[in-house]
Ligand binder design. Structure first.
Ligand SMILES: O=C(O)c1ccc(O)c(O)c1
Ligand SMILES: [Mg+2]
Length: 620
């Protein structure tokens, strides 16, 4: 199916939109009326631009409030249609989208509507144009594609067909098997948009919360699969009204859109979609987290790591790079003064410049990333360094793809010179539980799609969490065995912890490293002995725990003393300890899960309140 997108889906001027759309590899574009009206370019110039960019104009849209009128109003609307037909011919658009009427005077009488479309079909057909009728979910009389299909059949005109839009059908829970009744030859266009399931009126839901297929909760794949199986092979066109997308980079959003359509096709026909697309990468977990810092910045970092029980396990054989280890948690401090890490440090300050993810087949994962338009970072290294393909991830930091079956970088690249014995805590640390990445809310859906496109990883439900200075969106993506988990934090503009981090680091990145333990009380004791900078939790929190749960008093006292957070859900429970942030940047968590797979929103709120005590005072 031809990949198309409506100009309303991306930000900027019409020419910026068209450029971004062509760059992302779309073949078609729907010209949205408001974008054309707002453009200083003539329709002739825009038509030339569309052609020069190698695009076809899939449709001109929307033509509103057409059907069901009488007298002068009816005459006027046909006159308006003729003018738009002129425009379409200049633009090189063959198809017009007519969306169902909201006009207060419009009649819902099907016979009148059929007459109107028959006449419009005559006029369009005479010019070699077509009209597609779309049911808006909030249309005054027509708000269901089954009604439109009845009308299109009754009109029975070669220039009149149906336009389907997944949002309008699925937001109204219209059964997908109703599509089986539609003659695919009569489908002018299929618009695709996903959305989260929200309780609100359809118009607001549609105009503000649509998202790319795979970013929401609608059964887009089943919808498109039904149409493809029925023989529809016309355009698949994204039409995404989304407040964040309007405020973000047109290029990024267009790229995400293309990626989402490739993924829909992969899901419905895995064999035929694209031979260059290896399957999603099986990832077993984070292999390491690499910090870029200067020597002066490395000193407090080392002190922090040592206070958490990490030991410096090795020094790189050729570079100013250190390997720190606690259990199976590997931290790298890169103090090189040239190269990627140094450039990253210059741009973002001391921060996480790369993470490693262990995958079964790095070459296939890299090929998939490339085929999905992800940015591959060139890495050519000489021994002793191991080749480790890399792609750009959140905040332009690298994701190194580490071969699960390859040699260990810790023994090949590093030398265990003067390494101390592991800390007693070592035996209680399994590995990294998850990494949290803070980002602007506008890019939140983009990174969610990125992870789900590349890895065998799924999303959990999005949660809104309260920071004392604003709401933040939290959404985890996790591998089926939960070996690899990322928590994505979407910060709205403001002073929240996540926003302050983004300002501090000049962009998105890893803010929080959660370490899995099997004994939180052993951790609490050891951290106290080592003098770790523990985040102090309000006594009110532990009083509330006593009210909510039946916890033995002596256990509760140990939690209070160790600043341990606790939650229980179903049959599981979770214990958490947080550290203060290092230089307003990254902080650590120790987490013990007992049959608890979530990310306690209540504890996140308590933790954010505790962290908020260290922010600068607000200015009036
Ligand atoms: O929100 C609207 O008005 C609108 C316009 C055109 C469409 O195709 C659509 O799905 C919605
Ligand atoms: Mg639509």
């Amino acid at each position: 199916m031809l990949h198309s997108i409506a100009t309303v889906s991306v930000s900027g001027s019409l020419t910026e939109k068209l450029t971004a759309i062509a760059e992302a590899g779309f073949a078609g574009v729907e010209i949205f009326e408001a974008d054309l009206i707002g453009s200083p370019e003539t329709p002739e110039t825009i038509a030339r631009m569309i052609r020069d960019l190698g695009l076809v104009c899939t449709a001109w849209q929307p033509f509103r409030d057409f059907e069901g009128l009488t007298g002068a109003l009816r005459a006027r609307t046909f006159d308006r249609a003729e003018r738009k037909f002129d425009l379409m011919q200049t633009l090189g658009a063959r198809d017009m989208l007519v969306c169902s009427s909201l006009h207060p005077e419009a009649s819902g009488d099907p016979a009148r509507i059929v007459d109107d479309f028959r006449e419009l079909g005559e006029r369009a057909g005479a010019r070699g144009l077509r009209v597609g009728y779309e049911a808006l979910a909030w249309g005054r009389h027509i708000n269901d594609h089954r009604q439109v299909w009845d009308i299109v059949q009754a009109v029975d005109h070669p220039a009149i067909g149906i336009i389907l839009d997944t949002f309008h059908s699925l937001s109204r829970d219209i059964p997908i098997d109703s599509l089986e009744a539609i003659d695919p030859a009569k489908i002018v266009l299929v618009q695709v948009a996903d959305a989260p399931r929200l309780q609100m009126d359809h118009l607001s839901w549609s105009r503000h919360h649509r998202c790319m297929p795979g970013q929401g909760e609608f059964a887009i794949n089943a919808y498109v699969e039904t149409l493809a199986r029925r023989g529809y092979d016309g355009p698949l066109s994204l039409e995404i009204f989304n407040d964040d997308f309007r405020a973000w980079s047109a290029r990024q959003i267009a790229r995400d859109g293309r990626r989402s359509l490739v993924l829909v096709e992969e899901a419905i026909a895995p064999k035929t979609a694209s031979p260059a697309l290896p399957p999603r990468a099986a990832a077993s977990g984070p292999a390491f987290v690499e910090f870029a810092m200067t020597e002066a910045e490395a000193e407090p970092m080392r002190a922090m790591l040592a206070s958490l029980g990490f030991i410096r396990a090795g020094l790189h054989r050729t570079l100013a790079v250190e390997h720190w280890r606690l259990g199976q948690v590997h931290i790298v401090i890169n103090r090189e003064q040239t190269g990627f890490a140094a450039s990253y440090r210059l741009l973002h300050g001391p921060s996480v410049c790369a993470i490693g993810v262990t995958v079964d087949d790095p070459a296939a994962a890299l090929a998939r990333a490339e085929a999905l338009g992800m940015e591959v970072f060139p890495t050519t290294v000489a021994p002793p360094r191991l080749p480790m393909p890399a792609i750009r991830g959140v905040g332009a930091a690298l994701i190194h793809l580490v071969d699960a079956r390859g040699p260990s970088p810790w023994t090949v690249e590093f030398e265990a010179k003067d390494a101390p014995e592991p800390d007693p805590l070592d035996a209680h640390i399994a590995g990294i539980d998850h990494l949290s990445q803070s980002m602007q809310h506008e890019e939140f859906l983009s990174w969610q799609l990125f992870y789900c496109a590349l890895f065998q990883i799924d999303r959990t439900r999005m949660a809104e969490v309260v920071d004392p200075l604003g709401l933040v969106a939290n959404q985890a993506v996790e591998a089926p065995d939960r070996g690899l988990r990322f928590m994505l934090i979407g910060a709205h503009a403001g002073q929240t912890l996540a926003s302050r981090f983004i300002h501090r680091s000049f962009g998105a990145g890893v803010q929080h490293i959660a370490i899995a333990t099997d004994d939180i009380f052993a951790v609490a004791e050891r951290l106290a002995a080592l003098g770790a900078p523990i985040l102090e939790i309000s006594a009110n929190y532990h009083d509330d725990l006593a009210a909510r749960f039946d916890i033995a008093p002596e256990v509760l006292e140990r939690m209070r003393a160790g600043h341990i957070l606790y939650d229980r859900a179903d049959d599981g429970e979770v214990f958490q300890i947080y550290t203060r942030a290092l230089d307003k940047g990254v902080f650590f968590e120790f987490v013990q899960r007992r049959g608890y797979d979530g990310y306690s929103a209540a504890n996140t709120t308590a933790r954010l309140a505790a962290q908020s005590r260290f922010r600068p005072a607000l200015q009036d």
